[in-house]
Design a protein around this ligand. Structure first.
Ligand code: ADP
Ligand code: GLC
Length: 487
């Protein structure tokens, strides 16, 4: 099959979170399975120099047919294995330091920026003389793609191309004033509740939900949760309406990048058969951060975007009490909400030797923390899939998670009576529950070392490779095509 991925992020070129990892690893797997997979991505201003060197500008000016024509350039990079990535150069929109915001506020022209990306996906077929069977759009940033396909591009060259929209995070939907339809070159009739209208404006994601041939969410539990009021972010009715076409497919992980037996970014390699390397990783990590004296205490790792979704504000409030009542140390790596960043900086300064705080984005440090920690904390308010708990399981770092979305689907709750499970699962997100579940993990570490060993081995033996999920995406593409090509 010819598949075009349309995405705002793609690792390692542009990444703020799991979206970039997921689209990359899925694309590579589909490529390996023999498909012709290509990716359309903005040429972001922050693309590191070392990647720019490998780009080849494609000859010709690429015209994008929004309400008025826009002219852009395309650059191509072909990865080993044949994966083709197209970088859409449109300086005015994408030549910026960050993908969606200036650090404080979302860019005001985001809807125009991503209408351009989406329309470029449609116009790419003529420019390359290559017709995708499947347009796979990711999140609101690419959600207009199915809308174009079922309206202005319904006949002609793309008349037999189908679309799949994957929902990675329903909290972001892409709102715009109704005038965006004119700008985007979409019919004004889409301003209606069973198309793109919401709260008097235009909602990109809603449009994608109505028009995509098939929808996926990144875990089975999340696919159910988003059809309810609590997690539906106002789109629950639209999602329930498309319920028969919505599949929950769990993300896999990139086994080569996240493998403790071969990872070059960690101090020592290890496997479930021989965990000595993991001890070395912990020792090195604590020594390098001036925490060597805490070597016998459990180490809790935290990595993530510092936004409400991740529940880390509650951790910040719970930490002083946790430091007072139990013997454990923490390592936190994250960036995001400036107020929460400041809170963690000040906790770091107040409890030297008990918590290492690094505010920023650091891929190598993320690997180090995953390998060194005994436990990994994800107290998310909602979590569509979550990749960090999967990396943790692979690294024998027991996840402590709130039972929501993909966290519920991937972590088997520890049973103290039998020693069963792969991690610690709790339900209510408040300071007390967080204190208690961290206490439970701490007492397991000190008092039930045999259980710890069994849990670690079981966690490391779990299979979160793409094998099964890539087959499900294959089915999903076939169903989307059948639906589209039905007379
Ligand atoms: P989300 O996509 O909601 O952020 P995921 O768990 O799916 O959550 O993916 C997060 C990804 O981003 C992981 O690969 C994680 O290691 C990475 N990540 C998040 N914050 C940082 C950071 N500050 N430094 C390095 N990697 C980070
Ligand atoms: C989103 C979600 C996260 C998921 C990732 C990749 O960013 O917040 O849970 O793992 O997308 O699908």
């Amino acid at each position: 099959m010819r598949i075009l991925m349309v995405t705002a992020e793609f690792a390692p070129y542009a990444k703020t979170g799991g979206l970039a990892d997921m689209v990359r690893s899925l694309s590579l797997e589909l490529c390996r399975a023999g498909n012709d997979v290509r990716v359309l991505l903005p040429f972001h201003g922050f693309l590191p120099e070392r990647y720019r060197r490998d780009l080849r500008p494609l000859p010709g000016i690429f015209s994008i047919h929004l309400g008025e024509d826009h002219w852009a350039r395309l650059h191509e990079c072909v990865e080993p294995g044949g994966l083709r990535i197209y970088f859409l150069e449109y300086e005015k929109f994408f030549g910026r330091d960050r993908p969606y915001d200036d650090g404080y506020r979302a860019y005001e022209d985001n809807p125009r920026r991503f209408a351009l990306l989406s329309r470029a996906a449609i116009d790419l077929a003529d420019f390359l003389d290559w017709t995708p069977d499947i347009f796979h759009a990711h999140d609101w940033m690419a959600a207009p793609v199915p809308v174009y396909l079922e309206t202005v591009a319904r006949s002609g060259r793309l008349g037999r191309s189908a679309s799949v929209l994957t929902i990675h995070n329903l909290a972001h939907q892409g709102y715009a004033p109704p005038s965006i339809l004119d700008y985007a070159g979409l019919p004004g009739s889409l301003f209606r509740p069973d198309a793109m209208e919401a709260c008097g404006g235009i909602n990109f994601l809603k449009g994608g939900i109505y028009f995509a041939n098939k929808l996926t969410a990144v875990s089975p539990t999340y696919a159910r949760e988003i059809q309810g009021v609590e997690q539906g972010f106002g789109l629950q009715d639209a999602l329930r309406f498309r319920s028969g076409d919505l599949l929950g497919i769990l993300n896999g992980i990139d086994d080569n990048l996240w493998n403790p037996a071969t990872d070059p970014l960690i101090g020592a390699n290890y496997s479930s058969g021989d965990l000595r390397g993991k001890e070395v990783c912990k020792k090195n990590f604590l020594r390098a951060r001036g925490m060597a004296r805490s070597g016998k205490m459990p180490l809790f790792g935290v990595i993530g975007r510092l936004y409400g979704q991740k529940g880390l504000d509650v951790l910040a409030s719970a930490l002083p009490r946790i430091f007072g009542s139990m013997a454990g140390v923490f390592a936190l790596l994250g960036a995001g909400d400036p107020a929460l960043e400041d809170r963690f900086r000040s906790i770091g300064a107040s409890y030297p030797g008990r918590i290492f705080v690094h505010i920023g984005y650091d891929e190598a440090l993320a690997h180090e923390i995953e390998a060194a920690s005994d436990f990994f904390l994800m107290p998310s308010r909602f979590e569509p899939c979550g990749l960090n708990q999967l990396y943790s399981l692979r690294y024998g770092t027991l996840p402590i998670v709130r039972g929501t979305g993909g966290l519920r689907d991937t972590v088997i709750p520890y049973d103290e009576a039998t020693g069963d499970g792969t991690g610690f699962v709790f339900d209510h997100l408040d300071e007390n529950s967080l204190h208690d579940v961290i206490g439970w993990a701490t007492s397991t570490y000190y008092d039930r070392p045999k259980h710890m060993k069994v849990l670690i081995r079981r966690a490391m033996a779990m299979d979160f490779s793409w094998k099964k999920s890539v087959e499900r995406y294959g089915d999903c593409y076939r169903w989307a095509l059948e639906m589209k090509r039905r007379p």
